[in-house]
Structure formats: C-alpha cells, structure tokens
Design a protein around this ligand. Structure first.
Ligand code: PLP
Ligand code: COI
Length: 360
C-alpha cells in the first residue's frame, strides 16, 4: 500500500458467498465494492488526508458548491483479471491526464498524476477480490472530484473532494452478442464549440439525459449526437465514441475538436486498426452520408466504443423521420476483430507492443 494512504478496513465486508453471486452476474454500475478512496483539497493547503475506507455516504452541506453549480468531473477505467489470476489496468495514466484536462476546463485544481494513480491502485489492491474472473467481466473504477466548498457565489470552490469507487461490471448493453440500435437526436445537442464537450464533467451527462430518454422511448440503446451548429455531422453517442467501416476496409471516426470526448478506447482502436492493415481517418462524417452509404453498401459496419461499452456494433439507426440499418443489422467482422484485439491486450493475454498495460 502506498504510504500516503491511511487504510481503514471495512469491518463488515460483503460475505464471500454473496460476493460470488454478485460476480456471476454483476450488470453495470449497480453494486459497489467494500471500500472507497477519499482525498481532500483545500486552497493554500493542497491535497491531503488520503484514505482508503469503508464505502459510505459523504456528509455535505446543503450549500455545497457542487449541488448548485455542478463543478464535478469523473473518469471511467477498469481493472481486468488475467488468465493467471493477476490484475491489469489499461493506460491508466491517460485517465489521469484526461482527468486533469477536465479539471482545468472546470476551474478545478489538478491532482498530481501519481496521486491519482496511487488512489486507483490502492482501491484495486484492497478490493481485489471484487474483480470478476476472466471473461466479459472487469472491475469498473470511477475516480471523481467535486467542489465541496460551502457558499453560493458563482466562482470556483476553495475546497474539493477527490474519490474513487469501484463496481464489478459485465456487459454494458443487453445486446447478447448482437448489435445495438441508436437514436439520432435532431433536437438536442451535447456540446458546442467553446463548451465543455471534451471534458468528462457530470453536466455533459445531465444534459444528455432527456435525449437518452427519447432514445429509450424509441426502443434504442443509445443517443447519437450531431454537431450543434449544423446538426449534420456525427459527433459521438451519449457515453461512447463512434467508428465507421467501409467496403474497402478503410475506417473513419469523427475528429477531436473540443466537442467530443477524447476516448482512450478510441485512441487505442485507431492504433490497433492501423496495425491490422486498415487505413484510419479522423474525418467529419455526415448523418445523411451515413444513411446513403449504408443503403448503397459502401458502408459495411459501424460501432460504438468506450471503457464501459468496449466495442459495440451498431445495427440500426433511428430518428424522427429516419430509419436505416447497417448490413441488415448484423455485427461485422472488423468490429469483432478489433474488440478481440483490444480485450486480449487489456486482459494481458496478447503482446503489448505499445506499453498500454500495467500489471498490479
Ligand atoms: N464519449 C463519451 C461521452 C463517454 O462518456 C465515453 C466514456 O468514457 C467515451 C466517449 C469513451 O471514452 P473512453 O474510451 O476513454 O472510455
Ligand atoms: C465509460 O465508458 O467509462 C463512461 O463513462 C460511459 C458511461 C458514462 C457509462
């Protein structure tokens, strides 16, 4: 255990038999491990009081800044079980860097990268028994930070709490190995130029919920957001990046330009796809063009990707006055090969030429 952390073990952890039942079918984000990490920040004093303790509620004042002005950011990452019973993290320093980029955008203090990483490792160490055995499962890790200062003036808080919680996770979608259906929102935007789209802040997700509810209402799995200015260019899904695969084997994904989240899975898949011989371009792609290409057969696959979703083939696209399918809704071989390559690296069962995997 990192010497900066005080450890208060949970005196009534989930019993082994109950844990086994949870890990057999964890779902996503519904059950939480026995512990959490908490680190405090105060202007002038900096980060202090790093603790691993039994998971439990925060006592926060009703005037706590986050409750009013939503100064909050988070990350999503996973710990994976290897075939030999070991544990891996996938590119954790990228999460630390993105967390600090989000902190900058939300006028929050950065946390030293090594403290972020030590916090994640400390929680995985203490709750190691919660990592599902190799297969679909993993331990989803949720580092987050919120403004805990007590005041109602609209300004950056002087106090913050950084925390990490963990939740055993199975498949994000109930697609059962099939494809997902997405809803193209023509009414709501996720992010505009100059906004917070590239930051992983809670507000982006709060703003997406009404569009996601529309998607769910229409029987779709995820909402697709288009650019805010023209409502024409595909940006990303509510919680995932998106890729397109063409008949000639080339691949396109929307470019990072401040309005979409720079996904770590997205970045890894660009590298893996190039390694598998695909030409990959980061280029704007219009919804109209997507429909035309899906109908002509020039486009053969589309898929969503992210830490929670891994790689999820998109079979159908719906919207107001819009409905089309990609390759008749069947998952395709390119998404399957990329998913396999990614998962094998994450679980430590493939070579790791890019140094993406940390073994704990
Ligand atoms: N886009 C959004 C809006 C997300 O919430 C996520 C998930 O974290 C992603 C993309 C994918 O990012 P990553 O691959 O780093 O998980
Ligand atoms: C993740 O993939 O880590 C995400 O944050 C997406 C999500 C909000 C479920």
């Amino acid at each position: 255990m990192d010497e900066r952390f005080t450890v208060e073990p949970n005196k009534s952890p989930v019993p082994a038999a109950a844990l086994e039942a949870i890990l057999a079918n964890p779902g996503f984000g519904k059950v939480f491990t026995d512990h959490m990490v908490v680190v405090h920040y105060e202007a002038g004093r900096g980060w202090h009081g790093a603790t691993v303790k039994p998971r439990g509620p925060f006592a926060i004042d009703p005037a706590c800044a986050v409750l009013h002005y939503a100064q909050e950011i988070f990350e999503g990452m996973k710990a994976y079980r290897t075939e030999d019973g070991g544990v891996t993290l996938f590119r954790p320093a990228e999460n630390a860097r993105r967390f600090n980029a989000s902190a900058q955008r939300m006028a929050m203090p950065e946390i030293p990268e090594d403290l972020f990483l030590a916090a994640v490792r400390a929680l995985v160490e203490v709750d190691r028994a919660w990592i599902p055995a190799i297969g679909e499962g993993s331990l989803y890790l949720r580092p987050f930070m919120f403004a805990s200062g007590v005041y109602l003036g609209v300004k950056p808080s002087n106090e913050y709490i950084f925390s990490v919680i963990a939740s055993p996770a199975g498949a994000y979608f109930n697609a059962g190995g099939g494809s997902i259906t997405i809803w193209a929102s023509d009414q709501y935007s996720r992010a505009a130029p100059g906004g917070t789209g590239a930051a992983k802040c809670g507000g982006n997700y709060a703003g997406s919920l009404v569009a996601q509810a529309e998607a769910t209402e229409a029987g779709c799995d995820q909402v697709l957001f288009l650019d805010a200015a023209e409502h024409r260019w595909v940006e990303e899904l509510g919680g995932m990046n998106i890729f397109f695969v063409f008949e000639d084997g080339s691949i396109v994904t929307p470019p990072l330009g401040g309005t979409i989240l720079p996904g770590i899975t997205r970045d890894a898949l660009i590298t893996l796809a190039r390694g598998q011989g695909h030409v990959v371009r980061e280029a704007p792609y219009a919804l109209d063009q997507w429909r035309a290409d899906a109908q002509s057969g020039r486009l053969v696959e589309a898929f969503a990707c992210g830490t929670a979703a891994v790689v999820a083939p998109i079979g159908h696209v719906k919207g107001r006055n819009l409905a089309f399918s990609i390759s008749e809704g069947r998952p395709g071989p390119v998404a399957a090969a990329l998913r396999a390559a990614l998962v094998d690296v994450q679980h430590g069962s493939a070579a790791d030429p890019h140094g993406w995997v940390e073994r704990l």
